[in-house]
Write a protein that binds this ligand. Structure first.
Ligand SMILES: Cc1cc2nc3c(=O)[nH]c(=O)nc-3n(C[C@H](O)[C@H](O)[C@H](O)COP(=O)(O)OP(=O)(O)OC[C@H]3O[C@@H](n4cnc5c(N)ncnc54)[C@H](O)[C@@H]3O)c2cc1C
Length: 440
């Protein structure tokens, strides 16, 4: 990557991790990015919310030990290794009335507990895939070479068609529900590497949340918040800028050498429909499932140190309830995702009461008193990829090439994690920089 200032003006649409990493990569290479986001604050699905006086993250917050690209990006913005605290993955499931606990601090025991009783055929299949991910980290992202080959050989079946019930219920459903909001019958083998990458990682969170990092970013990169991009400007078949709607209602045209759309696929499809209907169609094949999160503060710890989270069975709209942090056991984060969570009470208090009723069936919630609640609901919350995702991605790439000046990135490009968003954004803006550096 060139470090020479090219001076190219690039508009980046979207202020989540995809757009932030894209704009930062352009900035560090000497371009002049302008980041535009329609929300009042940066961060997209990782934006900061308030719970009383405290800043919390309702969306994506856990950072894997193997998130090398995110950690390097965060370090450049001042968040070095000392900025993280251990989060770990501790989760308990209810099986035949008994609580089974998995803790990432004892991986071998956790794995043994989960895989006990799984038929040998499934064991050999899942261990082979896990081996691919461990051997080459590229397999933890979409289009990972070995996972892709294996899926192509087996006809890329759904997880429920390829694996038996026991493995699906114990290991695969909790992983795809958490990361994609999808059920095993809605998830395909070719994208399983992204979930295994998560299962084989250990997790931290930033002690002070993402705000220090987002402020450091905004101090160095030109940013326009609360501004909605309503259209792309296309001149003689080339993307030359955007039309933007400012908070005061004024619409302006912003010209640029290139535009990066770093928004969820349905939002990109909306902006592209007038210019390239086929590209918009392919983008709209990428599925997103809704997710809602309630974080509630209680006057005393709800969880103990051994059981810090519970996963719920498929018929429950609540997929997970867990302590916000290892030492924040009085803050409970309730996540509603999966098929049973696609219709929920519209009222936030009713949603919190439903969460407490479901968790209260397993933990004593009579004594703790709820002090405060923060809620977020995302319609396009968790990216579950397209049913034939590799083909969809390559169709998107081919069609995008027909619109010079346009780069697309997002959670559908390399995977639905923060690390995958950063990776995709860097890869795609590196390509854009090479292109902008070319004379003519
Ligand atoms: C509840 C939840 C928990 C998660 N947990 C984790 C986790 O622990 N670890 C992890 O790695 N990942 C996690 N994820 C996933 C991770 O948060 C996402 O993959 C990532 O934040 C997506 O970033 P993005 O930039 O692609 O999209 P977004 O964050 O959605 O950013 C897109 C931005 O573009 C804006 N926008 C859209 N259209 C326009 C327009 N026309 N004009 C201007 N702006 C526009 C949107 O408002 C938004 O701010 C979680 C996600 C959710 C929802």
């Amino acid at each position: 990557m060139s470090t020479e200032r090219s001076g190219a003006r690039v508009i980046v649409v979207g202020g989540g991790w995809s757009g932030l990493a894209a704009a930062w990569n352009l900035h560090r290479a000497g371009a002049r990015p302008l980041l535009i986001d329609d929300r009042p604050t940066l961060g997209g699905r990782s934006a900061t919310a308030r719970l009383g006086a405290r800043a919390i993250t309702l969306g994506g917050k856990n950072i894997g030990r193997k998130y090398s690209r995110f950690r390097a990006f965060a370090a450049e913005l001042g968040a070095g290794e000392a900025a993280y605290e251990h989060f770990g993955i501790n989760s308990s499931r209810i099986e035949n009335g008994r609580l089974h606990t998995t803790d990432s601090t004892n991986k071998a025991a956790a794995l043994y507990g989960m895989l006990r009783g799984v038929p040998p055929r499934d064991l050999s299949r899942i261990l082979r895939l896990a081996y691919y991910v461990r051997r080459d980290r590229a397999n933890a992202f979409l289009s990972g070479p070995d996972v892709e080959r294996y899926a192509a050989r087996t006809g890329d079946p759904t997880l429920s068609a390829f694996f038996g019930t026991r493995l699906c219920e114990r290991l695969l459903r909790p992983a795809v529900i958490r990361m994609n909001g999808a059920e095993p019958e809605e998830s395909h083998l070719s994208t399983l590497g992204t979930n295994l990458g998560m299962l084989l990682d250990g997790f931290d969170q930033l002690t002070d949340g993402f705000d220090p990092l987002l402020h450091a970013f905004a101090a160095r990169v030109e940013t326009r918040a609360a501004t909605r991009v309503t259209a792309l400007l296309v001149t003689a078949g080339r993307v030359t800028g955007v039309r933007a709607l400012a908070p005061d209602g004024t619409s302006s045209e912003e010209e640029a050498d290139a535009v990066v759309l770093a928004v969820p696929a349905p939002h990109a499809a909306e902006l592209l429909r007038h210019h390239h209907d086929e590209l918009a169609q392919h983008l709209s094949h990428v599925r997103y499932f809704p997710v809602s999160v309630v974080v509630a503060e209680y006057d005393r710890p709800v969880f103990d140190t051994r059981v810090r989270a519970l996963t719920f069975p498929a018929d429950s709209p609540l997929s997970n309830a867990g302590a916000y942090g290892v030492t924040d056991r009085h803050l409970v984060r309730y996540t509603f995702s999966g098929r049973a969570a696609r219709t929920l009470p519209g009222d936030d208090e009713e949603l919190a009461a439903l969460a407490e009723r479901l968790l209260g069936a397993h933990l004593d919630l009579d004594a703790p008193k709820r002090l405060d609640t923060a809620t977020a609901r995302w319609q396009h919350g968790l990216c579950a990829y397209a049913p034939a995702h590799t083909r969809t991605l390559s169709a998107i790439d081919t069609r995008t090439a027909a619109l010079p000046g346009l780069t697309l990135t997002g959670d559908y490009a390399r995977g639905a994690s923060i690390e995958a968003c950063v990776r995709a954004a860097e890869e795609r803006t590196d390509r854009l920089l090479r292109h902008l550096g070319r004379p003519g």
